[in-house]
Design a protein around this ligand. Structure first.
Ligand SMILES: *[C@@H]1O[C@H](CO)[C@@H](O)[C@H](O)[C@H]1NC(C)=O
Ligand SMILES: *[C@@H]1O[C@H](CO)[C@@H](O)[C@H](O)[C@H]1NC(C)=O
Length: 114
């Protein structure tokens, strides 16, 4: 049996902190190169204890941000993408199951800073 060709895709992610309309980028984008079909987990840790919620956005080259999820706690999912937030650990993950080339994008995690 022939193995289907697999495309690799690149996922990048960033942590953003919104401080009174200014956005502050806290890290250089780490990136992940994976093979189509692999499951991906990207992580986002933040330090602000007072943060009330967290958002995951997706950005495609030359386009604006698309909101994927807003989480106050717990988890949310849609199709192959799922996210979880633990406010105790100040940690959130975004899981992509059976990645596809179209999942290549920059994923951004943003926490409210109040
Ligand atoms: C990806 O996750 C799904 C659902 O959790 C699982 O069924 C599948 O075996 C995983 N695939 C790989 C390549 O680990
Ligand atoms: C995110 O954390 C999980 C669990 O600790 C780990 O398996 C995964 O490799 C991490 N993802 C990245 C891109 O570092």
């Amino acid at each position: 049996m022939e193995k289907p060709l697999r495309t690799s895709l690149v996922i990048m992610w960033l942590l953003l902190k919104w401080v009174s309309c200014q956005q502050k980028v806290d890290q250089n984008p780490p990136f992940l190169s994976v093979q189509e079909g692999e499951n991906i987990t990207i992580n986002c840790s933040y330090s602000d204890q007072n943060s009330q919620g967290l958002q995951w956005f997706r950005q495609d080259p030359g386009k604006g941000l698309t909101l994927l999820f807003y989480l106050a706690s717990g988890s949310k999912g849609e199709g192959r993408i799922k996210s979880t937030l633990s406010r105790n650990d100040r940690h959130s993950s975004l899981h992509i199951t059976a990645s596809q080339p179209g999942d290549s994008a920059i994923y951004l995690c943003a926490v409210d800073a109040q």
